[in-house]
Design a protein around this ligand. Structure first.
Ligand SMILES: [Zn+2]
Length: 261
């Protein structure tokens, strides 16, 4: 009986999907061309993506043009060691990635997060493994200030974390960190101005640090530009004694590689 109910529910779901596909045929998340499956890209737009793969800086996740040795770090990571262990991103932030991110952020299309999370899950595979203590890391999305979240209705980083959590069976803690003050948008600011703009903007909510004591944390964001936001958030976590921090983002600004800020 239970089996029958389950298969009955499955066919209702398939029917509902077929109806939806008829009303809203699946479209490329970048250019809206018709495609076979929902939440994906047309072949041309797939070709426009620039996945970040090895060789890369093991700390910042910036791609290297040529391999310079297994543990060689980028000049940026040596000059300015970040307050997190490792950052990984699925894609170079080029035109296609930028369109996808702005649709996710401003286009009221939170379902795009599913597509983005699938790519992030592959790119950050080494971060999502169980630790030595056999525990999964916990995911902490970069919070928006409450006024901005209210206006936008959802936080894109939360949505990305939610789908990543489902893919990797990881806990998501959207309320662990909050913005203690509103910050101006980072667009158009230099690296130094960006760092100053977000310095001290995050705080770990009281009474929550015990909950995750000793756990590994992965900060989730849509785009990493200079890394100032994820660094400020890492520092807030450090203050509460959380030291084991990694970062995953959908895209990453790589200077000189179709730079789009
Ligand atoms: Zn397309």
């Amino acid at each position: 009986m239970a089996q029958f109910e389950q298969s009955g529910r499955g066919s209702i779901k398939r029917f509902a999907q077929a109806v939806l596909d008829h009303i809203y045929p699946p479209a490329c998340v970048n250019c809206d061309a018709a495609i076979g499956t929902a939440d994906s890209l047309c072949p041309e737009c797939w070709g426009g993506l620039r996945p970040i793969t090895s060789p890369m800086c093991p700390v910042l996740g910036l791609p290297f043009e040529v391999s310079i040795g297994p543990d060689a770090r980028s000049a940026e990571a040596i000059a300015n060691p970040p307050p997190f262990r490792r950052a990984r991103s699925a894609l170079v932030h080029n035109d296609v990635a930028r369109t996808i991110v702005s649709r996710l952020k401003f286009g009221d299309r939170p379902e795009l997060a599913k597509f983005c999370a699938r790519l992030m899950y592959g790119a950050g595979a080494e971060l999502f493994e169980n630790g030595d203590d056999e525990q999964k890391p916990v995911l902490v999305p970069v919070p928006l200030h409450r006024v901005r979240q209210w206006r936008r209705r959802y936080n894109q980083a939360n949505e990305l974390a939610r789908f990543l959590g489902r893919l990797g069976n990881m806990e998501v803690l959207p309320f662990l960190v909050r913005r203690s003050r509103a910050t101006r948008a980072q667009i158009g600011l230099s690296a130094r101005q960006r760092a100053r703009n977000v310095a001290g903007a995050f705080e770990v909510t009281p009474d929550s640090s015990e909950m995750i004591a000793g756990r590994r944390i992965i900060i989730v964001d849509d785009v990493v530009t200079t890394g100032s936001t994820v660094s400020a958030l890492s520092k807030a976590l450090h203050k509460k004694g959380m030291a084991n921090i990694d970062v995953i983002s959908f895209s990453r600004v790589v200077i000189g590689e179709d730079t789009v800020i």
